[in-house]
Write a protein that binds this ligand. Structure first.
Ligand SMILES: [Zn+2]
Length: 272
């Protein structure tokens, strides 16, 4: 092959790379559901793909509960919440005593039996699931990928998520918020936690659950953490002093939303 031709290809590839990087960076500004400006460059379908693959790996690794009581309870609460977001969501109960639940891009929800045993009622479970779905609706995984990695690394993480034994794969799982399952902790930032709380409160109230139970749930989580229970949830969703304040600030509005939901016939009755 003539040398000149190779040089042409090289120049052309560089131009394509420059163009696609510029395109990605130009399209990188987004707005979250609470109106916050976000830096996001990963295509959402790629992040969804990561979520689907991570969920498949978890299903292969962790036993799925066959107890219909657990499954019906989790499905009932998750269904009421996700009715408010649209789309089809898959809900799986994992046989695992640690207190945890998670939602992944690609509309996947996982709940541990340990958490189902901890909560007192449907509203407390709705608080956790609402919070988790809040992270997904706010595209926090995409934002974390975009903030913490270069464009090329971000794209290669989509493949790496299937290999939890590699460093890149572990980071990818951490970014998705389920690193703790593989021994990697990557906590959400305070900004992301507050945003997920606000959206979660809104979702649970619109679904007809009692938003005040969100506060009881967080207090219960804190207490369990102090008691030394294995709490994966608290390691990735760190507690902070202003969490309860923020929930209280939005409580009146949330109670109004719950009343509207009840008036429209949305009054979930999910038996624990
Ligand atoms: Zn969180």
């Amino acid at each position: 092959m003539p040398l000149l031709f190779l040089a042409d290809i090289d120049a052309m590839l560089k131009k394509i790379l420059l163009f696609s990087t510029t395109f990605l960076l130009l399209s990188a500004c987004a707005t979250s559901p609470t109106g916050r400006t976000q830096f996001i460059y990963m295509p959402d379908n790629q992040v969804d793909q990561m979520g689907l693959q991570a969920f498949d790996s978890l299903k292969a690794k962790t036993p799925i509960s066959r107890n219909p009581r657990y499954s019906q309870f989790a499905q009932c609460v998750a269904y009421a919440i996700t009715q408010q977001t649209g789309g089809q969501w898959e809900v799986v109960v994992f046989e695992d005593e640690s207190l945890n639940a998670f939602a992944l891009p690609g509309n996947k929800i996982g709940v541990h039996t340990g958490l189902l045993n901890l909560v007192d009622n449907q509203d407390q479970l709705a608080a956790v699931i609402g919070h988790e779905v809040g992270h997904v609706l706010s595209r926090h995984s995409n934002e974390r990928l975009s903030q913490e990695t270069a464009v090329s690394t971000g794209l290669s993480m989509v493949q790496a998520v299937t290999q939890p034994q590699t460093a890149l794969g572990q980071t990818a799982l951490g970014v998705l918020g389920i690193g703790a399952e593989y021994g990697v902790i990557l906590p959400y930032s305070r900004i992301h936690e507050t945003e997920a709380d606000t959206i979660g409160l809104d979702l649970m109230a619109k679904a007809g659950f009692d938003p005040r139970q969100s506060i009881n749930l967080w207090l219960k989580m804190d207490k369990a953490a102090q008691g030394g229970q294995p709490i994966e949830f608290m390691s990735t969703h760190p507690s902070h002093g202003s969490r309860i304040d923020n929930l209280n600030q939005h409580m009146n509005q949330a109670l109004q939303l719950q009343q509207q939901a009840w008036n429209s016939g949305r009054q979930p009755r999910c038996a624990k």
